[in-house]
Ligand binder design. Structure first.
Ligand SMILES: [Fe+2]
Ligand SMILES: [Fe+2]
Length: 227
């Protein structure tokens, strides 16, 4: 039987302190390994297409701001941040000629691009600690009305983090310049987000994000857009 005397003896507390230090070091190393994995995968995206890497970092910042407003736990926020950075990591599995094709894609090319969310899931789910992030990535192109991919999930079935990524990803894609077209004005991108309320996007998330987009932009008059 352990007595109070044994628990508090100098030898015992030194060894407890030692275990605690080892645990902290281990946790620090795991955190560094995870951050390194995210950084390496993001670099791979950057090598494939400069825009994608920048797009991912912007999304991470917005995702955290929306997630905080949704009062997500620290652990859900961390998964969301990683998911936002790596949402398109599966594009590494899609041919360059399709990714950078200007103009319309044929149905087969579209199918190949749409595979990127499953590829992303397949890459991330094998990294310990990234299992939830992998699911957020898998479902980042689902739609509220079930017409998205890959699973055709509807509203409540879609993970919250995936719904956040969907809104901010669509917005950033709309306002960013592409080789073959100029980005839309912020006001027009916001209008299109509102147009997709309930069909493509979650209404609460759009409203939360629009406040952020408006406060970041000098282009739009906030009283017109905040609902
Ligand atoms: Fe995507
Ligand atoms: Fe994206």
């Amino acid at each position: 039987m352990t007595t109070t005397l044994e628990l508090t003896s100098p030898g015992r507390s030194a060894s407890l302190e030692n275990d605690r230090m080892k645990m902290m070091l281990l946790e620090e190393q795991i955190a560094k390994l995870r951050a390194g994995a995210v950084f390496a995968l993001n670099e791979m995206l950057d090598l494939k297409d400069m825009n994608t890497g920048l797009h991912s970092s912007r999304l991470a910042e917005w995702a955290i701001r929306v997630g905080e407003k949704l009062q997500m736990t620290d652990s859900d926020l961390a998964d969301l941040e990683t998911g936002a950075i790596l949402h398109d990591v599966g594009k590494n599995g899609v041919a360059e000629s399709i990714l950078s094709k200007p103009g319309k894609l044929d149905p087969d090319e579209r199918r190949q691009i749409e595979k990127h969310s499953e590829y992303g899931w397949a890459i991330l789910r094998v990294i310990p600690g990234f299992e939830k992030t992998a699911l957020l990535v898998l479902h980042h192109h689902e739609r509220m009305d079930g017409a998205g991919y890959p699973a055709g999930l509807t509203a409540e079935e879609i993970p919250l983090g995936s719904k956040v990524i969907s809104v901010i990803d669509s917005f950033d894609a709309m306002v960013s310049d592409r080789a073959y077209r100029k980005g839309l004005p912020v006001a027009e991108a916001i209008r299109r987000l509102h147009e997709g309320l309930g069909t493509q996007f979650d209404g609460d998330i759009v409203n939360l994000f629009v406040r952020i987009a408006v406060s970041d932009s000098s282009e739009v008059n906030s009283s017109v857009f905040i609902r």
